[in-house]
Design a protein around this ligand. Structure first.
Ligand SMILES: Nc1ncnc2c1ncn2[C@@H]1O[C@H](COP(=O)(O)OP(=O)(O)OP(=O)(O)O)[C@@H](O)[C@H]1O
Ligand SMILES: [Mg+2]
Length: 320
């Protein structure tokens, strides 16, 4: 059984996963309310909150599964990419537990974790497949030939904003709450996706670009004025969402050809995206946004470090 820890952004999360990919416990303490008033994650506040939450979250995870540290065979922890101060809290907790219990420590790439959300039961997807990873910080097209991260090839990426960032920035322009992806998703159900025509940037190769779309919404909102925006908010949300979903769907089809398609990351929770890719295997809703079950899952396919080797391990802010 692997204990997974995830503190790369504003979720303090722990989970227990078996070698067969069964989730025994999955606890996520979201800090979203703490950051909402600032309209985004404040790194220093996130780190301090992780410090307060990491102990109780681990305790709750163990008791939810009815196990103790004695039942654990390894600790998988997100080593990056993410907010460095936030990552250090999870990494330090993992080192302390692994060192004191004589357990191996398994550093996990956060993005490998998102892909590994597909390897948990009952999904248990077998490579090869083409994976769209669309989250708050990343939009990647991945050629996945094996469950290890070293056999995942990036074939396309965003040149500017991530898809989740486009959702969040659009939501802010429409005066919706933070984080905005789920809000746009909800409001769009009441709107007409063809009401406004927003452009989808065509960039060479299999890359994405979302910054022009955000600017197009900005100008539309400005031209309409506050009253018309308030009246047509659902149409704006639906049309904006439609443009993002179309961009993602077109590119993933181009990249996949006749291979299996899979979608992971926070944006994979979007109902319009899921509906427009009915043939795709999507991560379960609860595993789309950050969680530690996916980190423990990735840990099953990653290198184990023993003591004292792992004590020198550092967190990293950028993708390796
Ligand atoms: N239903 C939804 N529709 C669209 N976007 C959504 C939905 N639910 C969540 N999101 C978006 O998903 C993003 C959060 O996803 P996730 O937790 O995977 O990202 P992150 O961990 O912040 O970034 P990264 O994984 O790149 O480091 C946010 O941008 C949020 O708006
Ligand atoms: Mg994430």
């Amino acid at each position: 059984m692997i204990l997974g820890l995830e503190t790369s952004c504003d979720e303090t999360a722990a989970a227990l996963v078996t070698a067969e990919g069964e989730i025994k416990a999955n606890v996520v303490a979201s800090q979203v309310d703490l950051h909402a008033r600032y309209g985004g994650v404040v790194p220093e506040i996130a780190s301090r909150r992780h410090l307060e939450l990491i102990g109780p979250v681990i305790d709750e995870t163990l008791s939810a599964a009815g196990v103790t540290f004695a039942d654990i065979d390894g600790i998988a922890v997100t080593a990056g990419p993410g907010l460095i101060g936030a990552l250090l809290v999870g990494l330090s907790a993992a080192k302390a537990i692994a060192w004191s219990r004589g357990l191996p420590l398994i550093p996990v790439e956060h993005l490998h974790g998102h892909v590994a959300s597909l390897y948990l039961q009952p999904t248990d997807l077998q490579p090869p497949f083409t994976c769209l990873l669309a989250s708050g910080g990343h939009t990647l097209l991945l050629d996945v030939s094996d469950r290890g991260w070293e056999n995942v090839r990036i074939v396309g990426r965003t040149l500017d904003d991530a898809a989740g960032e486009a959702f969040d920035k659009g939501a802010r322009l429409l005066g919706l709450g933070y984080p905005g992806g789920a809000e746009i998703d909800r409001l769009a159900k009441e709107g007409d996706p063809a009401a406004f025509s927003f452009p989808v940037a065509r960039v060479p190769g299999l890359d994405f670009s979302f910054s022009g779309l955000k600017t197009a919404l900005l100008y539309t909102v400005r031209d309409l004025g506050p009253d018309a925006v308030a009246e047509r908010k659902a149409d704006l949300a639906a049309s904006y969402q439609h443009a993002i979903v179309r961009a993602l769907t077109e590119r993933v089809h181009e990249a996949a050809g006749d291979r299996q398609i899979a979608i992971v990351g926070g944006v994979a929770a979007n109902s319009a995206l899921r509906a427009s890719l009915p043939e795709a295997i999507a991560a379960p809703l609860a595993l789309c946004t950050d969680n530690a079950a996916m980190i423990a899952s990735a840990g099953r396919y990653s290198v184990r470090l023993t003591s004292p080797e792992f004590l020198a391990l550092d967190a990293h802010a950028q993708s390796l």
